[in-house]
Write a protein of this length. Sequence first.
Length: 225
Amino acid sequence: MKTIIYTAFVLGLFVIRCVNIEENLKIKGIVIDKSTKVPIPLRDIILQGLVKSNNKLVPIDAGQFSTDTSGCFSYSFKKIKDAYSYNFCLVGDSDYSFKTEELSLSYLDRNSKRLSFTLSKLADLTILIFRESKTPLCDTLTLSWKTDGVDGSTLFPVKINNVGLSSTSGLKWIGGNVKSTINTKAFADQWTIVRWVLYRNGRKKEFLDTITCKRDLINTVYLKY
């Protein structure tokens, strides 16, 4: 009887230990250019486990790793308790946009050795604005653009060089002497739609320009009004 009780006790401890210990998962994969399919080397990736708390998914740090010179990665991480999906946050820079991709734990278990992520290449975009009209003395111009459907101002920091502005607020120009250069980024090989809205003499007028930004080139659109 003592032997049976002892055996049951040991088995109970074993079961508890198995429940409490989270397994390690080794993952392998590659990061490639979305358009050219060329591997992207030395790209940092932040891994987050998503745990439900107060009906929200809260990201918990699960590690960080990078692709090697051939664009491949190999990483082993400890599964986070109660995390049934994971965020792979691919860090962006001036060459490629940032990206976060959520993968379920079941998908990771099935495809741990053949993961693949794509990143979109960024291209330089310059927007020029010049007010040549002398009347009225003052009007208002606003600017916005979307690149592959994404708000361009959220994609990459915008640098604005204003000359002769009487006043400005973000991407809005108020005055009679406007000359401005806006330097930013857009998705390469994708349509970028630039939209200006002019308020003059109580009327609203809209101008649109569509450009496909080429990689490794400076792409320019301009408005004279």
